[in-house]
Design a protein around this ligand. Sequence first.
Ligand SMILES: *Cc1c(COP(=O)(O)O)cnc(C)c1O
Length: 374
Amino acid sequence: MRDFSMTDPVSHIRRMQPDHPAIYFCPDVLQATAARFRAGFPGLVTYAVKANDRPEVLANLVAAGLEAFDVASPAEMEAVRRAAPDAALHYNNPVRSRVEIETARRHGVVSWSVDDAGELEKIADAALGGEVAVRLKLPVKGAAYDFGSKFGVGPEEAAMLLRRVVELGLSPAITFHPGTQCADPAAWVSYIRASAQVARKAGVRLARLNVGGGFPAHRDGGAPDLEGIFAAIGAAVRDSFGMEAPALVCEPGRAMVAEAFTLAVRVKSLRADGRVYLNDGIYGGLSELRDIGPTDRLRVIAPDGAARTGAAQTRVVFGPTCDSLDRLPGGLSLPSDTEEGDYLVFAGMGAYSLAIATHFNGYGLGEPVTVARL
Ligand SMILES: *Cc1c(COP(=O)(O)O)cnc(C)c1O
């Protein structure tokens, strides 16, 4: 094995000519993003493990000082415990089997979210002494897709659940998720105002408010203004809660990890009519190009590392499997001098790429290559 930890994706491609989709991980970028959240967010920064549960991701977040993680399943609890035996586990999947609840109790989960009276009774014993956050949902827009359609309760029911949390002797909190890749601070502001109203209606003083994930990554149109969102969150909490301001928690997945990985996929075949066949597609690392739309963070390089610079042309693009659904909707804009054997290098691919890539039809991503720079 040669060591590429001093290199960058283009040098790796030049030397190795990878014929499988190659994913590159830069620990410094991940640690810098964690530092940015910790410096800017006015509360506790946790990480939503589902965005990317690789051990090197968890280890670098622990090294960057993260002490709490949002987990959704027993396997995620175990992954965090391997990286950080003493980390705080926040179990924010509001639907749990009784076996999962028992596993969570054994792992020492300290915070649970709920959106249903029956589910609250199910966890009451296991959560004893801990925090229970009621998951609130509002008809709020601003994200790439809507998270409220699966989890959460409206303000009335949230107030009832919050009262019951207090009756059970648990520490009351509210949580929400404005939807992933949410670039509009107004979504957080609406949720924070509504959370204050729910708490007031319930007659409960919140110990904590978890403002979710949803922070945007840089996909297109320039780097998002995370500090602007942090400032809007801080101001909305002061305005809405005044002297009763709860401690804040955030749980970014995407915005924490996206920038730390770059994906390089190769052109397998270029047809006379302009259609392009890649060695990765919607079943691999590119599924979000289907689910939340295109990214402009793409460059094309020749196998010798030289950038292709021809005029942009929109191409029909297929992935490698024999499934006809394996096509990127809308295609991709590629330089006119793109050739077979070239590499498409996508920046900002750390979130929901490795975590959901399959090996369908014998394709899929290899192990991440650690690099010094992206
Ligand atoms: C997925 C998820 C997150 C992370 O969302 P991002 O949009 O990736 O930041 C945070 N909290 C909960 C409860 C989630 O399900």
